[in-house]
Design a binder for this molecule. Structure first.
Ligand SMILES: Cc1ncc(COP(=O)(O)O)c(C=O)c1O
Length: 302
């Protein structure tokens, strides 16, 4: 049995139901977050990674989409910790808060007062399922900021991601890379992208319609502060993917995952790269509170 958070209370999952007429279901009028809590077996402790930053981003998404929810970042953090304790998780967990328009009115207006929040969680290990991805550039372009706000996580916007992932899988690849409308490298369907060239770490800037990923920020800090690398945010041309020394993805679900082939061209020598491996190792140390310098990123649950 699973407990969820719904409208200010922690209840059994089966007690929550959503109407078929709900605007969020009919029109995708909602936004969400994806958060991980990492289980440290030695310390017998569960640590939520960068909890505050995720709820700050959720409230920014809500603001952009006119979903007015009555909770502060602190309250949402507290509810999440309470929910994890109630479910008594002793494993790495994925947490999914959703804020949405609950009204059953027929038309897709957002200017109403029926704003709802739910949070559910589930165990999640290695989501990527493999260490090295073969990817393709999608025929779908990433939705740009003037269509659906790019720095939000809008439920409806993920149709774009789903179409890109589906196309990649149907063509025999593991994942897609979406370009911006201008043809620059943007991101994966649910993850940010990095390339390494001549020992520099390069990633698209927020103005190229990316979601400003929390894992992306963590990766940039690790590269700068722990590996002493130069980190550059700039537009990336498609063909730079083919000549990069390394390519990799970052995301809460995907964590840090190496890309070894793009459009049937090997990246570097076709094996997971050294920089990606070093970042990955640091990343897992940090998410499980094994690096005191970054303890403030880890909120203990128990
Ligand atoms: C479109 C998109 N880009 C990037 C990311 C990575 O963001 P984060 O590292 O905050 O999970 C996600 C996942 O949330 C995403 O959905």
């Amino acid at each position: 049995m699973s407990y969820v958070f719904y409208q200010g209370e922690i209840v059994k999952e089966e007690e929550v139901s959503i109407s078929m007429r709900c605007k969020a279901f009919n029109y995708g009028l909602g936004c969400f977050e994806g958060i991980r809590a990492y289980w440290n077996d030695e310390k017998k402790q569960l640590y939520v990674f960068r909890l505050r930053e995720h709820y700050e981003r959720l409230l920014n998404s809500c603001k952009a989409l006119y979903i007015n929810i009555p909770y502060t970042v602190e309250q949402l953090c507290d509810y999440t910790l309470e929910l994890l304790r109630k479910n008594n998780f002793k494993t790495t967990v994925y947490i999914r808060p959703v804020a949405y328009k609950g009204s059953n009115e027929l038309f897709p207006t957002v200017y109403d007062d029926d704003n709802r929040v739910l949070i559910y969680c589930q165990p999640m290990g290695n989501f990527a399922g493999k260490d090295a991805f073969r990817v393709c550039v999608s025929s779908w372009r990433r939705i740009s900021d003037n269509m659906i706000p790019a720095r939000t996580k809008p439920t409806g916007g993920y149709l774009n991601s789903a179409l890109a992932s589906l196309e990649a899988l149907q063509n025999g690849y593991d994942e897609a890379i979406l370009l911006t409308d201008d043809g620059y490298v943007c991101e994966g369907p649910g993850e940010n992208i990095f390339i390494v060239k001549n020992n520099k770490l390069i990633t698209p800037p927020p103005s190229d319609n990316i979601l400003e990923g929390i894992t992306r920020d963590t990766v940039m800090r690790i590269a700068k502060e722990e590996l002493g690398m130069e980190v550059v945010e700039r537009s990336i041309a498609r063909s730079e993917l083919y000549s990069a020394d390394e390519v990799f993805f970052s995301g809460t679900a995907m964590e840090v995952t190496s890309v070894v082939e793009v459009d049937n061209r090997k990246v570097g020598d076709g094996k997971p790269g050294k920089v990606c491996s070093q970042i990955k190792e640091q990343f897992f140390g940090l998410t499980t509170d094994n690096n005191p310098k970054y303890s403030h990123f880890c909120t203990p649950v128990y």
